[in-house]
Design a protein around this ligand. Structure first.
Ligand code: ADP
Ligand code: MG
Length: 208
């Protein structure tokens, strides 16, 4: 089973992924946690280029670098883990690439989804969890310097938040929107309920 988390920075992805991984492990499940971009040598190098460097990049160059990192992540980590029966939890996935690169008048979302099909080569999440939070609240939670994305400001992040809500249905067959203004525990409970319902199918449902 493959679960992707998304939402703007500060929404609580890292916090909730840690909680979910602990809950799954406590239930005896074999869990692999990855981040996109990243979690491979090539992917981490690309991550440093797109998120932390001062290099001038056309938005399409940036979009393709994210796609390239994701291809490596899929083939080196996610596909083998799923084949071995592990549960994969990813901090961001293709949805984020579509939303960040199309928000604020960037590339067309449709083009990005199509590029994404090439990058993920059939490896789609079983569930995408969107942590939904107003941009100003998210920014107020971050106590580190803004990276390339965050530096674009609250207006851009508001467009990104709306983009996430609009594009979510295309990310995977099953989706869950969690109000990220709730307490950490309330969010964790909502996510656990949805994930455990999927992870332990009843006899009425075919196994995932
Ligand atoms: P993300 O990974 O989406 O950027 P984090 O999990 O790193 O978000 O959370 C960003 C900050 O907000 C952290 O300091 C975290 O402790 C805090 N935080 C996370 N969830 C909540 C919540 N539900 N309410 C208040 N603060 C939160
Ligand atoms: Mg995080």
């Amino acid at each position: 089973m493959f679960i992707a988390f998304d939402g703007i920075d500060g929404a609580g992805k890292s916090t909730q992924i840690t909680r979910l991984v602990e809950a799954l492990q406590a239930a005896g499940r074999d869990v692999v946690s990855v981040r996109d971009p990243g979690s491979t040598a090539a992917g981490e190098a690309i991550r440093a280029l797109v998120l932390d460097s001062d290099l001038e990049m056309h938005r399409r160059c940036e979009a393709l670098l994210y796609m390239a990192a994701r291809s490596q992540l899929v083939e080196e980590r996610i596909r083998p883990a799923l084949a071995a029966g592990q549960i994969v939890v990813s901090d961001r996935y293709l949805l984020a690439n579509v939303v960040y690169q199309s928000a604020g008048g960037g590339e067309a979302a449709e083009l990005l989804w199509q590029l994404g099909e090439v990058a993920i080569s059939g490896v789609r999440p079983d569930l995408t969890v969107l942590l939904d939070l107003p941009a100003d609240v998210a920014l107020s939670r971050l106590d580190r310097p803004a990276d390339r994305m965050e530096a674009r400001g609250v207006e851009y992040l508001t467009a990104v938040r709306e983009g996430f809500r609009k594009q979510l249905p295309r990310a995977s067959q099953r989706t869950l929107i969690v109000d990220a203004a709730q307490s950490i525990e309330a969010m964790a409970e909502a996510i656990r309920t949805a994930v455990f319902a999927l992870a332990e199918p009843t006899t009425d449902q075919p196994p995932q």
